[in-house]
Design a protein. Structure first.
Length: 432
């Protein structure tokens, strides 16, 4: 998702749509970078599960702490008293907009779409899955229904996001798609899938697929909010790449479904979404996307993303649902704000490790990405060993010539062995 993750994570303005979210999915969840970011990386990040390492539902075991230091002062964090002083994990507030309490998922694809049967079967499964009802419960989201529409139209070779919105509006109005012209929000979510042959010009999905041919890319959820003619509806776009498999498409669709169910009208009437004042916004802002570095939840053979849980954060346990067992561990930076850096310059910020109980030392690594530029992220000791109360430093460098106002991000991932990312801290960057 640049979900933006835009889906994943660079923010773009697109006329009437405002802020779009484009997420990268499929393939590996990301590649740990200890000393520096890979200069070949794109601004988008892969947000599908890392299937090469780690085991779903197998978090680190609690054990004797090797050399951690307990902060007896307790700090300002609301978590367990054992954890060293650290910035709190974010709560995603209810901003009052509607949710999809019983989502009606409408999956749409074009004539000859090779994953048509997979998309249809996945839609039937996911709307009554335990994953949906378990992770959605605290947000008021329950089981839903699914309609699959295989269009007789051929997929276009090229179009813009506004064209997709207009196309959906037309098909809803003429009855090709269910819903009809309605002035109020409904439980409908229109999720349209495009083949690798379609270029969505203002997404640059062709270039993104060239960089990651096993990925899929999403925009959404966004809303056609009734400011123009036609129905009001929530929708998402999913474009696939030549090497995309069913795992990435299923994961991507599930991320979008949960984000849309909890925040379908993000542009005109937001519900569960981080406020723009949060340093994690816009890089991680909706609950469906905020745990996409975690091992997948497996149900009925499908790999599904964990979902951010405000209740788990308040309880001081793993912030993603379904909750895992074992000790939660992470790092945080100080100050926990968007870091402003001049082009050609670097800053260094302290990093502190913390865990909710005694446990062995873990590894922290860094990845970096930018919207149109590639920052570097270097930890003082490369791939650092970390523990509760442990410390290192993160140096972020912005290339000379980067335009003022450009956005970037460093993600600090903690793991047991450097490969299975189990927690994340987001360090946003803005170029002066």
């Amino acid at each position: 998702m640049w979900h933006h993750r835009l889906a994943g994570s660079a923010l773009a303005a697109t006329g009437a749509l405002g802020s779009l979210f484009l997420a990268a999915c499929g393939g590996v969840a990301g590649t740990p970078v200890g000393a520096a970011a890979d200069a070949s990386s794109t601004p988008a990040e892969a947000s599908s599960p890392d299937t090469s390492t780690g085991t779903p539902g197998n978090p680190p075991d609690a054990g004797a702490e090797t050399n951690g230091e307990v902060d007896a002062s307790g700090g300002a964090d609301a978590g367990p008293p054992f954890a060293a002083t650290h910035a709190p994990l974010p709560q995603v507030p209810d901003q009052g907009g509607p949710i999809l309490a019983a989502p009606h998922l409408i999956t749409i694809d074009f004539s000859g779409f090779t994953l048509d049967s997979n998309v249809s079967a996945f839609g039937d499964f996911v709307v009554t899955s335990s994953w949906l009802t378990t992770t959605g419960a605290e947000y008021g989201v329950g089981a839903g229904t699914h309609t699959h529409v295989s269009l007789t139209d051929a997929a276009p070779a090229s179009l813009a996001v506004a064209d997709v919105e207009n196309y959906l509006s037309q098909k809803i109005t003429d009855g090709t798609l269910p819903g009809g012209v309605q002035s109020q929000p409904t439980n409908d979510l229109y999720m349209i899938f495009y083949p690798p042959s379609t270029s969505i010009t203002d997404l640059g999905n062709a270039a993104l697929c060239a960089a990651n041919p096993a990925g899929s890319w999403q925009v959404g959820p966004v809303d056609h909010d009734g400011t123009s003619a036609g129905p009001r509806f929530a929708y998402a776009i999913i474009t696939t790449c030549p090497g995309e498999g069913t795992l990435g498409v299923d994961w991507t669709a599930a991320e979008v479904l949960m984000s849309a169910a909890t925040d379908p009208y993000r542009l005109s009437n937001p519900a569960y979404i981080l406020p723009a004042t949060s340093p994690w916004f816009p890089w991680d802002d909706q609950v469906g996307y905020m745990c996409d570095y975690m091992p997948p939840v497996v149900e009925s053979g499908y790999s599904l993303p964990p979902v951010w849980s405000n209740a788990n954060v308040r309880a001081g346990t793993w912030p993603c649902a379904p909750v895992q067992t074992g000790t939660y561990f992470n790092v945080s930076v100080s100050p926990d704000v968007t870091q402003t850096i001049a082009a050609g310059a670097a800053i260094t910020v302290p990093v502190t490790g913390w865990s909710t109980a005694s446990m062995p030392a873990w590894t922290v690594t860094a990845t970096a990405a930018g919207d149109g530029f590639t920052p570097t992220a270097t930890l003082a000791s490369g791939a650092s060993t970390m523990n509760n109360g442990g410390a290192t430093e993160l140096t972020i460098t912005v290339p000379a010539g980067t335009p003022s106002g450009s956005l970037g991000v460093v993600r600090l991932h903690s793991s047991r062995n450097g490969g299975d990312w189990l927690s994340e801290w987001v360090v946003p960057i803005q170029v002066k």
